[in-house]
Each structure stands twice: as C-alpha cells, then as structure tokens.
Ligand binder design. Structure first.
Ligand code: BGC
Length: 519
C-alpha cells in the first residue's frame, strides 16, 4: 500500500527552466493582489474599535461598550450590525468569485485581476466618504466583489507562471502580501486613531485605494500565463512567452504537456458539473475542506478582532491597537519562514507542525481567559505580566498559522486542480473560504458572549481534526509539475480508488487521440 502521504518521489518529469528575473518580477507584482485582501482584514478590526467611528455609525454599541461598565466582559461588543459591517464583504466576495471563474477561464487571469482592482477602488472611495451605514455597507460589498475576483485569479496566476521547483515560494508571495496588507492596516489604524477630531477612520477606510491601484496597474502590465494563452488558442504566443519566462529555449516538453492539458480541458463542456464526477472527488474534497479548515483554525478571530479582544482582556485602547501591530508583525515574519521552507521541507510537515503549535497555544489562551474572567465574565485584577503572556501565546499561535495553514491554504488548492476544472474548483475554494470567513466574522462576538473561553477550545478541537485529515488524506505535492499532478492521486492509499477506475484523465485521453507535435 502506498504511504499515507501518498506520492512524494516526483513524476520523473523535470522541465528545464530557471528562476528568471522576468518570472520573479512578474510574480512579485501579481502577488500584490493579496494586499487588498490583507488590508481589509486588518483595517476592519481597528476601525470597529475606534470610538468616533462607533459613535457615528453604531451608537448603541458605543454606549454599551463605553458607558455600561457592569456588562459581562465576554459580551461587551456583541452587536449584529457591527459584525455585519465586517462580514458583508465576505458574502460579496463569495458571489463574485463564482462569476470570476468564467472570466478567468474565458478571458484570462489578468482581466479578473483588473476587475478586482477597479471594484476594490470604488468600494474604498465610498467607504472613506461614508455618511451613513448604508454607504458603509455598499462600499464593503464593492470591496468584497474586488476581493472575490483577485483571490480567484492571483493564486492560479502564480502557480501557472512559476517554474514548478519554485512554485511554493512564488505562490506564497500572495500570502505574504496578505500579511503585509494586514500589518500596514494595523499600523495605520494605530496612528489614524490618534487624529484629533476623530475622523481618522476615514483615512483608514479610504486608504484602501492605494493597494487597489497597485493591483489595477499591475494587471495592466503583467503578461498572460502560457496556460491561459493556450487555453484561449494562442499557441505561438504562448510558446514564445514560455521561453521568455523559463529563460531557456528547450521548453518543448512543458509546452506540449500544457497543450495536452488544454485540449483535455476543451473536452469538458461544463466545468461545474464536471467537478461532481467521481474522478474529481479528491479535488472537490480539497477545494472544500482546505479553506473550511483554514478558517476553523480561528485565525480571523485574531485578525479581525484582536484590538477588541485585547480590550476585552483589559488593555487600554492604545495598547490594544499596538498589540494588533505586534501580532501583524509576527504574521509577516513567519510567512517569510514559510517562503524559505516550502519548497525544501514537505508541505505536509508544515501543516502538521503548524497545527500542533496552534493547538497548544489555543489551550493556553483559553485557560488564561478562564482565569481572568471565570465563567461569568467578571474581571479579576491580574498583574500586567499576565496580559503580556496572553499576547505572547497569541503571537506563537499566529506564527504557527502563518507558516502552515495560511499560505498552504491558498497554495495547495491552486496547484492540485487539472486545467479542465481549475477555474471552477478554485472558485469553490475561494467561496468556501469566504463563506467561513463570513461565518466567523459574523458570529464570533456572539460566540464569545455565549461560549466564553470555551470558544478557543472549540477551535482547538478543529485543529486536531484537520491535522488528522492532512495526515491521512493530503498527498505531498512538493516538486511535482502542475500538469503532472494526476500521478499524486493515483498512488495515494485512499484517493487512488477514485482516480484509478480507468476514466481518470482527460489528459490521457487526449494524449492517445491527439499526440501533440511541435507547434
Ligand atoms: C486567510 C485569511 C487570514 C490571513 C491571515 C489568509 O490565508 O485566508 O482569512 O486572515 O491568512 O494572515
């Protein structure tokens, strides 16, 4: 029986190619698409903890938080309108990532990125100028549409552009820019909150135009991926592009495989319906479970609500925003570790190590919160070092996420789907991610109110489940060319029964029927 991790010896294929300056610059520019997502994640938590913002748009939350000192600490910020402000964006992103599947497939990855940038820009302007709650919500919905397009197209773009040996590192550029976006937003919140007159939140929200312009301009100057050009019938151009990207003339084998994959994908009339076929069961399972589990690590509780959470634990306003800056910094640094390691160490190791680290920290943080507030939420007066310990463990938790589920949650799905279902499956991945981001954003404050410290234990439970899932069901994908990924499932102890039933690959069908000559 094949090993639990399945295939890890490579497919025997080794396409020639280098990490050229051209591909590096291209991937760095494209990866900046993650900035808009990150900026938004980081900005909302800080803004919703700014008193002038709450006073203007959510006065009842403000009164409850600022004036009613007797309220149970666990329930201080529990307001559905406030969470709707944060979460509405993710529902919009979910919807637009479904539309983006068709745009990405039919018109190329670049156009989706362009739409992403433009929509996000419009949302940022409306939010920065907001005078009423409805303007905030409309702005958030436009931001969400932008994120749906960008998150659908950028990871695919990166995985297709990168030479397979460096695919992990280049793809994690996307996650790195998410984390940089979060950090920049945290820092800006910290300073803008100090602006006299209380209009700093306008700068925080309106500042989103900057990352939006970066991706908009980026999408105009970036080249198309060879895969996408072939998919749209531009074979000659694709071959020339592939030579330029790889920095070698001998791209025949890779090019031919791309053409074969593209022919196979043309045999598929309905990528969405296709996804439901038995042979795509492993892909569909990963497209659903990886983003689901990524969100159930509980990371966004920290990302969205760190300032609110730190305030709940008893920090002053300023210290809460500062602590968010600290966790944001740890997030960026740990992502860099994963860029360094992802193509050296196996992906499964990173998943399992990160999971263990998160689990330990969640149990410790839950215990600390229990000691501080007990079961009924009455704060005890505890020494300062106690708060420092909590922040420290939250940092260790964030670093565990940042070198495992954070980047791999985007990398692994973008590299395992065959071309014929790639866009559709990636949309499933993005929409499941957005749906659970929405759920966490929408119900976290309410869950904190009801489950109290136990909330952190429930995330710990899911971390155990997801680690078992990775151990038994995720094959290793490091060092496998993207169009050769079929082999990985064929030799997996569990998934082989789905893909080895004689009908697996459209690619094989095409290879038999249309042997590709040099184009
Ligand atoms: C996740 C986000 C999360 C971020 C934190 C991303 O991979 O999709 O939901 O907020 O990582 O760095």
């Amino acid at each position: 029986m094949p090993a639990v991790g399945g295939f890890d010896k490579g497919t025997g294929k080794a396409y020639p190619g280098n990490l050229t300056p051209y591909v590096t610059v291209t991937c760095v520019v494209a990866a900046m698409g993650g900035l808009i997502f990150g900026y938004d994640i980081g900005i909302s938590g800080g803004v919703t903890s700014m008193a002038p913002f709450l006073q203007k748009f959510f006065p009842s939350v403000y009164r409850k938080e600022a004036l009613d000192k007797s309220t149970n600490q666990y329930c201080k910020f529990d307001s559905e309108t406030l969470t709707l402000f944060t979460s509405s964006l993710y529902l919009a992103a979910l919807l637009s990532s479904l539309v983006a599947a068709t745009v990405t497939r039919k018109f190329g990855r670049k156009l989706s990125m362009l739409f992403g940038g433009l929509l996000f820009c419009a949302g940022a302007i409306i939010n920065g100028a907001a005078k009423a709650v409805w303007m905030l919500i409309v702005g958030r919905i436009l931001l969400g549409f932008g994120i749906g397009f960008a998150n659908q197209s950028v990871p695919l773009y990166l995985s297709e552009m990168a030479p397979y040996k460096y695919r992990g590192a280049l793809n994690i550029g996307f996650q790195l820019s998410i984390t940089i976006g979060i950090l920049v937003a945290n820092i800006l919140n910290y300073f803008f909150a100090k602006i006299k007159g209380g209009w700093g939140w306008r700068l925080s929200l309106g500042g989103a135009v900057v990352p939006a312009l970066i991706i908009t301009v980026g999408s105009l100057v970036l080249p198309d991926t060879p895969n996408s050009m072939i998919e749209r019938g531009q074979h000659e151009g694709a071959k020339t592009k592939l030579r330029r990207i790889r920095g070698v003339d001998d791209v025949e084998e890779e090019f031919n495989d791309l053409v074969v994959a593209s022919e196979a994908s043309k045999l598929v009339e309905h990528p969405w319906r296709n996804l439901l076929q038995r042979k795509y069961r492993p892909h569909l399972t990963m497209a659903i479970l990886i983003p689901f589990f990524q969100q159930l690590t509980g990371i966004n509780v920290i990302m969205f609500y760190a300032p609110v959470l730190f305030k709940t634990i008893g920090f002053a306003d300023d210290a809460s925003l500062m602590s968010a800056v600290i966790t944001g910094r740890v997030n960026v640094l740990a992502t860099i570790v994963s860029i360094y390691g992802v193509d050296k160490w196996v992906r499964r190791f990173l998943f399992l190590e990160g999971g263990t680290q998160m689990l330990i920290c969640q149990v410790i943080v839950a215990t600390c919160i229990l000691v501080k507030f007990g079961v009924d939420g009455e704060p005890w007066c505890l020494p300062k070092w106690y708060a420092i310990v909590v922040v420290l463990f939250i940092c260790v938790y964030v670093s565990g996420f940042a070198w495992s589920w954070g980047p791999l949650g985007w990398l692994v799905p973008s590299e395992i789907f065959p071309l014929e279902i790639r866009s559709a499956a990636q949309s499933v991945n993005v929409s499941v991610n957005m749906f659970f981001t929405f759920i966490i954003a929408q119900i976290f404050l309410n869950m904190l109110c009801h489950m109290k410290f136990g909330l952190f234990l429930s995330f710990a439970f899911f971390v155990v489940v997801m680690s078992f899932f990775i151990y038994f069901f995720l094959p290793e994908t490091k060092g496998i060319p993207i169009e050769e990924m079929a082999e990985v499932w064929k030799s997996h102890w569990f998934w082989s029964r789905y893909v080895n039933d004689g009908s697996y690959s459209g690619v094989e069908l095409v290879k038999e029927n249309y042997p590709v000559k040099n184009v």
